[in-house]
Write a protein that binds this ligand. Structure first.
Ligand code: FES
Length: 107
C-alpha cells in the first residue's frame, strides 16, 4: 500500500492508502477525498479529477498523453503541475506524496 495525501484548497488533508496500479483518481475517491469529483468516471473527458503535483514529485509522473494534455487545456486550468488523477497509476515511488486540489472541484 502506498500512502498519498490530498490537500484541498482550504488546507483540509486526507491521507489515503492505495494499491499500486490503481489510478490516483480511484485512490482519492475510494479514500473519501471531497475535492475529486471525477464526473466522467475516469474516461479523460471531464477534467474534474485535476491535481496539482508539486515540483519535487513530478519525477513520479510520466509525460501526459495527448488526450490528457488536451483535456487539461480544455479545462483552462493553467496551474503549474496540473495533471488528471484518472490518467496516472499509483506506483511505489509515490509513497509519502502530497498533491494539491483546485478550489473549483470542492463541492
Ligand atoms: S475523471 Fe474525468 S477526466 Fe479524470
Amino acid at each position: 500500500m502506498v500512502k498519498i495525501t490530498f490537500v484541498e484548497h482550504d488546507g483540509t488533508r486526507t491521507e489515503v492508502e492505495a494499491d499500486e496500479g490503481l489510478s490516483l483518481m480511484k485512490a482519492a475517491t475510494y479514500g473519501g477525498v471531497a475535492g475529486i469529483s471525477a464526473d466522467c468516471g475516469g474516461n479523460c473527458a471531464c477534467g474534474t479529477c485535476r491535481i496539482y503535483v508539486p515540483a519535487n514529485w513530478r519525477h513520479a509522473f510520466g509525460e501526459p498523453k495527448a488526450s490528457e494534455a488536451e483535456m487539461i487545456e480544455f479545462s483552462q486550468d493553467t496551474t503549474e503541475g496540473v495533471r488528471l488523477a484518472c490518467q496516472t497509476k499509483v506506483t511505489a515511488d509515490m509513497e509519502g506524496m502530497e498533491l494539491g486540489l483546485p478550489e473549483s472541484q470542492h463541492y
